[in-house]
Design a protein around this ligand. Sequence first.
Ligand code: HEM
Length: 126
Amino acid sequence: SSATTFYDEIGGHEVFVGIVHRFYQQVAADPVLRPLYPEEDLGPAEVRLRMFLEQYWGGPRTYSEQRGHPRLRMRHAPFVIGLRERDHWLAAMKVGVDGAGLDDEHRERLWAYLEMAADSLVNSLH
Ligand code: HEM
């Protein structure tokens, strides 16, 4: 085992801020994704996703302190997420991740998780 976490290894808070900020810039301009987000201001959603990813990768546990157990399937149930929505989400996230300039090992590990997580949240074959 190692004393450092993936969160630390890739550069901590600022790197997660950057990934999620670029992701939401894509969401804001995406005609498939943008209508899914219930609030006009994407800022609070940006903070929630950033806190979740920081916690998942070994950073601060602020997400659960504020939001409780993640329960991502349940929290996404109000939104119709088909293959098209998943693909747009992943395309937006790819812009976010690519902009972080991670080394191949870390980028591949992060990306494998994000693809798995996005697949797991598909809840409609509309
Ligand atoms: C919240 C869409 C995948 C993590 C949301 C929200 C929408 C959404 C519309 C509500 C925004 C808000 O108010 O926070 C989607 C779509 C996906 C997707 C279309 C495509 C598959 C993912 C993935 C993750 C994730 C892969 C994690 C790796 C979250 C989190 C929240 C959230 C943490 C906030 C939950 C809360 O605390 O309320 N998502 N999402 N989402 N999403 Fe996703």
